[in-house]
Design a protein around this ligand. Structure first.
Ligand code: ADP
Length: 628
């Protein structure tokens, strides 16, 4: 190392030569440009020249001439500072380069001049590589931050030694709470039912050093339950032991609910198909049972007649169950919907249910203002509300301060439409997770045999769906449950009430062609029709009926079963009409009939039918005939 101080002595010639050589080497080693200026900032020396610059065209010029205009302000400020204080300063410049922009960091020091003024020494170092790396790194970390933000991932770490948890803002948003001080505080946020599994999974993962998928629920301090998915990794210390867990947590509640709804819809669809098949066969059997019971009853003694009355009641209840099942399966009998005042509908349902509340608990009703009208099938929605109320009543039975509240309010649906939300809120024990998964399945009940049919919620779900609305369990906990029935409102006003009384129907003398492939059904239907004075011809298929009509048989009405081996009854309608132009066609079916089919025929009778409905339908279809 050279140790030479100007003030002490003039350097000998060989030391000077040595010093010059060192200076030259030092300047050559500097990866940039080094130059000196006079006090007026004019270039007096330069170690190397950029292409196109020579000492002849450079020396004596203002140093700013060599800098891009946008760097002038920062360079001038640095020069001013150095010349005023004698202290070093620096500035950064960027300029166009052969392969993209190039960057320089320029360090400026003062050069004391003999006249006491200060010249400048500028050392401009090419920092392009480092700067590009820095920019690329910043771009990558910006992208990562953006991706993280978009993914919604909350980041956390757990120091196993100190037991401390660190996490970011997003984690606090996910769990709805500030950063916990330790693992125990975090575990307190985990749903109690999931806690043991979370602990076991983390322990297993630690033992195997492989992170096992961790999906669990969080109960936010405000009581809201969220589903989260946590991935993690282990940080191993110098001694080979795991010292830290780091990871990310994603709120997957929306996906979870969507999957659950999809799964529920698929289950319900599958069960619906099964139910429709069973219900169809049941209807045919019930049609025989109810008709036979109705026919024989007048001929029986008082005692036997009472027994048959019980059997008729049971058959009616069975028919009602089948009707609910068919509604659930989406094959219900569509009936004309009329605008119904929501307030009236709810009041009626509450009045019906209240009779059964007795001393079980209180029923409180809060109706919001201007609830409006829904288009509803008479009776169906009342039944759904009554079912909800009865379930709530059963849930609060024996609980402290048993109370069921009904709250109806106008609201906005997801697509901005006007809806009414009817909430039935109870302070019962809530619905367990297992029950929640199966709540809307037909025949799912936790009630005693003979008490629950398990059809109430399944029917309510289907009726709500068929009315363009929804029925859902919207909250449940150990403090009670809320079921919410949402229905679209209609701008239409109240329907004009249909006259209730109708004169008894008469079909005496009418000629009926009865088409059904099932012998028992044909048998009892014939008996019913003949008991009312009609003349009946029978056919086992639409083809047989057609052939007889085409051969000249004259009838007033063709009573046509809808499901027969040779195809749906309605398909035969045009040919039957062609064969018997004057005859009416009435379809009888155990399943729903859409508007298109309904338009092709003169009437539809639902199986199992009472004789009144059958006779009324035939009379209506053949009205105008004067055989009576
Ligand atoms: P049912 O009432 O005949 O059992 P539902 O379909 O109406 O049939 O109800 C199915 C099951 O749902 C009930 O057995 C009960 O376990 C559960 N449930 C319905 N409503 C409630 C409620 N408000 N609180 C708790 N559990 C309920």
């Amino acid at each position: 190392m050279l140790q030479w101080r100007m003030a002490e002595r003039a350097p000998p010639a060989d030391e000077l030569a040595d010093l010059r050589a060192f200076n030259a080497a030092l300047l050559a080693a500097v990866p940039g440009f080094v130059c000196r200026t006079d006090a007026d900032r004019r270039l007096v020396a330069m170690t190397r020249y950029a292409p196109g610059y020579t000492p002849a065209n450079s020396l004596g010029r203002d140093v700013l001439d060599f800098l891009p205009p946008e760097a002038h302000a920062s360079a001038t400020a640095a020069f001013d500072h150095v010349q005023a204080t004698g202290e070093p300063a620096s500035y950064a410049t960027a300029g166009p380069g052969d392969e993209g922009p190039s960057y320089y960091a320029t360090h400026v020091t003062a050069v004391p001049l003999p006249d006491g003024r200060r010249g400048l020494c500028l050392c401009a170092i090419d920092v392009t590589e480092a700067r590009r790396r820095e920019l690329a790194l910043r771009a990558t970390s910006d992208q990562l931050a953006m991706a993280r933000e978009l993914s919604g991932l909350g980041l956390w770490s757990l120091d196993l030694g100190a037991g401390e948890v660190a996490w970011d803002r997003r984690m606090s948003e996910i769990v709805g709470a500030p950063r916990p001080r330790g693992l125990l505080e975090y575990l307190a946020l985990v749903h109690p039912d999931d806690r043991a599994e979370v602990i076991a999974t983390v322990e297993r993962s630690l033992a195997a050093r492989v992170w096992a998928t961790l999906a669990h629920r969080i109960v936010r301090p405000d009581g809201e339950v969220r589903w989260v998915h946590t991935s993690g990794a282990f940080v191993v210390g110098p001694r080979g032991d795991v010292i830290q867990l780091v990871g990310g947590t994603l709120d997957v509640t929306d996906e979870h609910l969507r999957d659950e709804r999809r799964h529920q819809a698929q289950t319900l669809e599958a069960i619906g198909g099964l139910a429709a098949g069973v219900a169809h066969n049941f209807n045919n059997m019930l049609a025989v049972i109810t008709s036979v019971l109705e026919l024989v009853r007048p001929e029986l003694s008082a005692r036997s007649s009472a027994l048959v009355g019980d059997a008729q009641d049971a058959a009616r209840r069975a028919a009602e169950m089948v009707r609910q099942l068919l509604t659930y399966a989406g094959h219900g009998m569509p009936s004309a919907r009329q605008p119904r005042a929501v307030a009236e509908l709810v009041t009626r349902a509450c009045a019906l249910a209240r009779q059964t509340f007795g001393t079980v608990g209180a029923l409180e009703v809060e109706l919001g203002p201007e609830l409006g009208y829904v288009r509803a099938t008479p009776g169906e929605l009342e039944q759904v509300v009554v079912n909800l109320l009865l379930n709530a009543r059963d849930a609060v039975r024996g609980r402290p301060s048993p109370t069921v509240r009904v709250v109806a309010a106008r609201s906005q649906g997801a697509d901005g439409d006007d809806v009414v939300e009817l909430r039935v809120i109870d302070n019962g024990p809530g619905v367990s997770d297992e029950a929640q998964a199966r709540l809307f399945e037909p025949f799912f009940t936790t009630k005693d045999v003979g008490v629950g049919t398990g059809l109430g919620l399944a029917f309510g779900y289907a009726v709500a769906r068929d009315h363009g609305g929804a029925l859902a369990l919207t909250s449940t906990s150990a403090a009670g449950s809320t079921f919410t029935l949402t229905l679209p409102l209609t701008p239409d006003g109240p329907a004009v009430a249909a006259p209730l009384e109708r004169p008894p129907a008469r079909i005496r003398g009418r000629v009926v062609m009865l088409v059904d492939d099932e012998d028992p059904i044909r048998g009892v239907t014939r008996l019913v029709l003949e008991a009312h004075g009609a003349r009946v011809y029978e056919a086992r298929s639409a083809q047989e009926a057609h052939d007889r009509l085409a051969a000249g048989l004259r009838v007033d009405v063709v009573l046509l079963d809808r499901s027969m081996p040779d195809g749906p009854g309605e398909r035969a309608v045009p040919r039957l009409r062609a064969a018997a132009p004057g005859a009416a066609v009435v379809l009888f079916t155990g399943q729903g009939v859409d508007g298109e089919v309904r338009a092709q025929v003169d009437g539809v009778v639902a199986k199992p039918f009472g004789s009144d409905e059958l006779v009324a339908a035939i009379e209506a279809a053949t009205r105008g005939g004067d055989q009576a």
